[in-house]
Design a protein around this ligand. Structure first.
Ligand code: NAD
Length: 497
C-alpha cells in the first residue's frame, strides 16, 4: 500500500493524517527506510506534541537517490519521451494533487502549524504551478541563428540532467513545485530534499507523481536534515542545485556548489519594506500590511516585515493597523477560527522573544496586539515595534515571525534610502494613488518584485526571486527555461552544390 493510500485510509478512519506512519524517502519508485535507522520526531507546533516520525537519511541514502536519478536521466526514460507525453503526465499529476488536496492540506497544516485555510491555498497553488509547467513541455523551442551563409546554425534547449531541489518548511509544497515542475517539464530528473521540519507533503507528491506515470527514478525525495542536504550539494553527479532557505544556509550551498562547479540558484531571506504614502487608500494599505506580515505568522520570505510610513499619517496608520490586528485569533492549525498559527519551533519562539526583549532594552517600543495566547504550542502575539534605535538589527535582520518594524519617512528620497538600507532585496510594497510615483520608485527599489497597491501576489506566470542577499535566479514564469535547460549551439557546414 502506498503512503498516499495509507494517508487516505488513515484520514478516513481516524481523522489523523499520514503521521500515524513514519515518513520515509521515496527513491527509484519505492519507499526506502533510512540505512542508518535514524528517525526524527515530527512536532505539531500548534501544541508541541510529537505526531509522527521522519526518516533521517544518511549520505549513503542520498547517494542511492542521486544514482537512481542519474540512471533515469542517462537511459532517457523521461528526457526522450515525446513532450506531449510528459505534458499529459504532468497534467495528470496536477489532477491528482487536486484529488488529494484535503489530505495534502491537512498534512501541510499539521506539519507547519499554518491555518488549514492557508494550507488549502498552498496546495491549490502547487497544482496550478504543475499545470503551468506541464504546458511548457510542448512550448520550449530553439532559434535559427543568422550565422555566416555557409553554415546552418541553431540553438536548442536541452535538459541539464540531475536537478537537486532543497526546500524550506514554510511553504513546502508550492516551493517544491517551483523547482520540480520546470525540471520535469524540460526532461530532467530530480532529487528533492524537503525541510526536516515539514517533509510529508513532498513525499506524498513523489508518490502521486509515480501514480501519474512519472517513471521510477525520475522524481526522488530524500528526507532528513543538514547531513542529507550536504550530501546532495557536494555530489559530483548532480547537474543543478535549486535551493530555497535562509541566507546563511544559501552561502553554504554556494560554497559546496563552487567545489563541483555545479550551477546553483538560491532563493534566500528577506526584510521587505512596505512604503505607505500619505495619499494612499489607508484602509487598503492596512489590509495589505496586515496580510503581508501576519499571514503564516510572518514566516514568509516576502513578509512585509518593515513598514515605512509617511510622517504625517503615522499615528492614523498605526492605530488602524493595531485595531485590525486585535481582531485576529491565534490558534491551532485545525481550529476553524484560527487566523494566525504558531511559529515553527520552540527554538524559534525563544529566539524571537529574546530579540524583542533586547530591542525593548535598547529603547524600542514593543506593542503586542493580542492577549489570547494559547497555552500549549509556540505562539507569539502579532507584535508592532516602533521607535527602533538607528542601526538596531531589528530594523534590518530577518526575524521570521509575526513582528513588524515600523519607521517613518519624510519624502520619496528618504523612503527609498531607508527601503534600500538592508542587505536584502527580495520584495517591496508601495501604497500611493500617484501612478507616476509608482513607476519612479519601482525603478529605484532594490527588490526582485515590487507590488503597488497590493502585496504578495504570486502566480505561476510571474517570475519570482531576489537581489543582494536575497539570492539570485528566478523561479516561475518563462525565465525557468533558462534555469532548467542549457542552450546547445549546432553548426552545420553547407557544402556547395
Ligand atoms: P534553512 O536554511 O534552515 O533550511 C532550508 C533547507 O536547507 C532545509 O531543507 C534544510 O534541511 C537544508 N539545509 C540545512 N543545512 C544545509 C546545508 N549545509 N547544505 C544543504 N542543505 C542544508 O531555512 P528554513 O528555516 O527551512 O526556511 C526559512 C528561510 O527560508 C528564511 O530565511 C526564509 O526567508 C527563506 N525562504 C526564502 C524564500 C525565497 O523564495 N526567497 C522562500 C521561502 C523561505
Amino acid at each position: 500500500m502506498s503512503i498516499t493510500n495509507i494517508a487516505k485510509a488513515s484520514a478516513s478512519a481516524t481523522g489523523q493524517a499520514v503521521f500515524d506512519y513514519p515518513v520515509h524517502s521515496f527513491i527509484n519508485g519505492h519507499v526506502q527506510a533510512p540505512g542508518g535507522g535514524a528517525y526524527l520526531d515530527i512536532i505539531d507546533p500548534g501544541n508541541g506534541a510529537v505526531i509522527g516520525s521522519l526518516a533521517d537519511s544518511s549520505a549513503a541514502d542520498v547517494e542511492d537517490a542521486v544514482q537512481a536519478a542519474k540512471e533515469a536521466y542517462s537511459d532517457g526514460r523521461w528526457s526522450e519521451k515525446d513532450p506531449e507525453e510528459r505534458e499529459r503526465i504532468l497534467f495528470r499529476l496536477a489532477d491528482l494533487v487536486d484529488r488529494d488536496s484535503e489530505i495534502l492540506s491537512e498534512v501541510e497544516a499539521r506539519d507547519t502549524g499554518k491555518p488549514l485555510a492557508e494550507a488549502r491555498l498552498d496546495i491549490a497553488e502547487a497544482a496550478a504551478v504543475l499545470r503551468y509547467f506541464a504546458g511548457w513541455c510542448t512550448k520550449a523551442s530553439g532559434t535559427v541563428v543568422p550565422a555566416p551563409r555557409e553554415y546552418f546554425a541553431t540553438t536548442t534547449r536541452e535538459p541539464l540532467g540531475v536537478c537537486v531541489a532543497i526546500t524550506p518548511w514554510n511553504y513546502p509544497l508550492p516551493i517544491l513545485t517551483y523547482k520540480v515542475a520546470p525540471a520535469l517539464a524540460f526532461g530532467n530528473t530530480v532529487v528533492a530534499k524537503p525541510s526536516e521540519l515539514a517533509s510529508a507533503s513532498s513525499v506524498l507528491l513523489a508518490h502521486l507523481a509515480h501514480e501519474a506515470g512519472v517513471p521510477a527514478g525520475v522524481f526522488n525525495v530524500v528526507t532528513g536534515g543538514r547531513t542529507a542536504g550536504e550530501a546532495l550539494t557536494s555530489s559530483r553527479d548532480v547537474d543543478k542545485i535549486a535551493f530555497t532557505g535562509s541566507t546563511a544556509t544559501g552561502k553554504a550551498v554556494l560554497r559546496a556548489a563552487a567545489e563541483t562547479l555545479t550551477p546553483a540558484t538560491v532563493e534566500l531571506g528577506g526584510k521587505s519594506a512596505q512604503l505607505i504614502f500619505a495619499d494612499a487608500d489607508l484602509e487598503a494599505a492596512v489590509e495589505g500590511v496586515a496580510a503581508g506580515i501576519w499571514t503564516n505568522a510572518g514566516q514568509i520570505c516576502i513578509a512585509g516585515s518593515r513598514v515605512l510610513v509617511q510622517e504625517s499619517i503615522k499615528d492614523a496608520f498605526i492605530s488602524a493597523l493595531t485595531e485590525r490586528t486585535g481582531n485576529l485569533a491565534l490558534g491551532h492549525s485545525m481550529n476553524p477560527g484560527t487566523d494566525i498559527g504558531p511559529v515553527i519551533s520552540e527554538g524559534q519562539l525563544t529566539k524571537i522573544k529574546a530579540f524583542l526583549q533586547e530591542a525593548e532594552e535598547a529603547g524600542a517600543t514593543v506593542q503586542t496586539c493580542s492577549t489570547a495566547i494559547p497555552q500549549a504550542g509556540y505562539f507569539l502575539a502579532p507584535t508592532i515595534v516602533t521607535g527602533i534605535p538607528t542601526g538596531h538589527p531589528l530594523a534590518s535582520h530577518e526575524v521570521f515571525g509575526p513582528v513588524l518594524a515600523v519607521d517613518t519617512f519624510s519624502d520619496e528620497q528618504d523612503a527609498i534610502t531607508k527601503a534600500n538600507s538592508t542587505e536584502y532585496g527580495l520584495a517591496a510594497g508601495l501604497w500611493t494613488k500617484d501612478v507616476s510615483r509608482v513607476h519612479r520608485l519601482t525603478r529605484k527599489l532594490e527588490a526582485g518584485t515590487v507590488w503597488a497597491n497590493t502585496y504578495g501576489v504570486f502566480h505561476p506566470t510571474l517570475p519570482f526571486g531576489g537581489m543582494k542577499a536575497s539570492g539570485f535566479g528566478r523561479e516561475l514564469g518563462p525565465q525557468a527555461v533558462e534555469h532548467y535547460t542549457h542552450s546547445k549551439t549546432s553548426v552545420i557546414h553547407l557544402s556547395a552544390s
